[in-house]
Design a protein around this ligand. Structure first.
Ligand SMILES: [Zn+2]
Ligand SMILES: [Zn+2]
Length: 365
């Protein structure tokens, strides 16, 4: 089992130095993800095996400037990120305006928000995320901002000033960081009576999974949207209820759109026929899920060690210095020689070409 966590803190930092320390620790523990560090603080989403993530958290909290760091956790079946990026930025969440962060709004807890809904209280709830995020999931009755990036938030919220006057306002975002800046900006321009949801959607969903949150949660890792049993949106191609986003594989299009698994295969991950026949197709992304332990030349059998389940019928790629094979996983056997449909750890199966010890076995998610 894996875990993906997000965390942030606004604090004056030496960005370059902090970047080096975090990069080295992630490498050491095999942690993947995206960490932004600025002189104004740190903003991170990382994933890894549960034990490694717990070690990482302990290490973060052992740093004097991060001893009070809190985390938003989600358990996942697979590693949610496929690489590690640690970067320095002027803003750790970019609103594109100078904002007096001392003015950020007070917090409202997930319990208090839930109570407001239960009691049918009057309040305006504003989603500070981008419109495509809110499209796949949002709080009941939430106001969606018509924005494609957070930098458009100041202009849009300024236009709502009259409408918000004297109302009780609550803002929310994924893990809370955008609301820190959004509410500080709102108060800077004289929109008061605003509170921000502490811990964001993630904390609410963990505590109240089937209450006032509707649909899936858009996330900025490889999953794009967490799974949901009742999606709010439909597949662009077939109209079936579906909450999954993909980026069009025509590199000149790159459109983000809702697409079901069947249509994704049929359309080669493209948004339309025109894109499907375009010559500039994005290369498939592969992630390693196991490695070759041995190859029995006479039998043409590979013996692999899987970190994640290998299933019959899976499209796989085996890649190494001199190996590059595309295949379908079939005739799988466990280490006792029993035929299996699915397995983890040591597995054998026939391959059409030679493979070599330590070649990686990869899939395209
Ligand atoms: Zn479809
Ligand atoms: Zn397209």
């Amino acid at each position: 089992m894996y875990k993906v966590i997000t965390f942030y803190k606004f604090i004056t930092l030496d960005a370059e130095k902090t970047k080096g320390i975090f990069h080295d620790k992630c490498k050491e523990l095999g942690i993947l993800g995206r960490i932004l560090i600025g002189n104004e603080g740190i903003n991170a989403g990382v994933s890894g095996k549960i034990d490694d993530i717990e070690k990482f958290k302990k290490w973060v909290n052992s740093q004097p400037e991060f001893k009070d760091m809190t985390y938003r956790d989600l358990n996942t079946e697979k590693n949610a990120y496929h690489k590690l990026v640690v970067r320095t930025r002027k803003e750790i969440v970019a609103i594109g305006k100078d904002v007096d962060m001392d003015k950020k709004a007070p917090y409202i807890s997930v319990d208090e928000l839930n109570k407001l809904y239960e009691n049918d209280d009057e309040f305006i709830i504003i989603d500070t995320r981008n419109d495509y995020e809110a499209e796949v999931g949002r709080f009941r009755n939430a106001k969606i901002m018509p924005i494609k990036t957070f930098k458009e938030f100041p202009k849009e919220i300024s236009g709502m000033k009259d409408e918000l006057k004297g109302k009780k306002i609550i803002t929310y975002c994924t893990g809370g960081i955008r609301c820190e800046k959004a509410t500080a900006y709102m108060k800077n321009i004289g929109i008061d009576n605003v509170m921000q949801l502490k811990g964001g959607i993630i904390e609410y969903m963990n505590k109240y999974p089937n209450k006032y949150w509707e649909g899936g949660l858009f996330v900025f890792d490889d999953r794009l949207v967490t799974t949901t049993e009742s999606p709010l949106t439909e597949c662009k191609h077939c109209g079936k209820k579906c909450g999954k986003y993909i980026n069009c594989h025509n590199m000149d299009c790159d459109n983000l759109f809702i697409c079901c698994d069947d249509c994704r295969k049929k359309m080669n991950s493209c948004c339309c026929e025109e894109c499907k026949s375009s010559p500039r197709q994005r290369k498939k992304k592969y992630i390693p899920i196991g490695r070759v332990e041995n190859y029995y030349q006479k039998l043409g059998i590979a013996c692999v060690n899987m970190d994640e389940p290998l299933k019959k019928g899976m499209q796989i790629k085996i890649k190494g210095k001199t190996t590059d094979i595309d295949a379908i996983a079939e005739n799988l056997r466990d280490d006792a020689g029993n035929a299996i449909d699915e397995g983890i750890g040591v597995i054998t199966f026939p391959v059409k070409d030679k493979v070599r010890k330590n070649d990686q076995l990869m899939i395209s998610p």
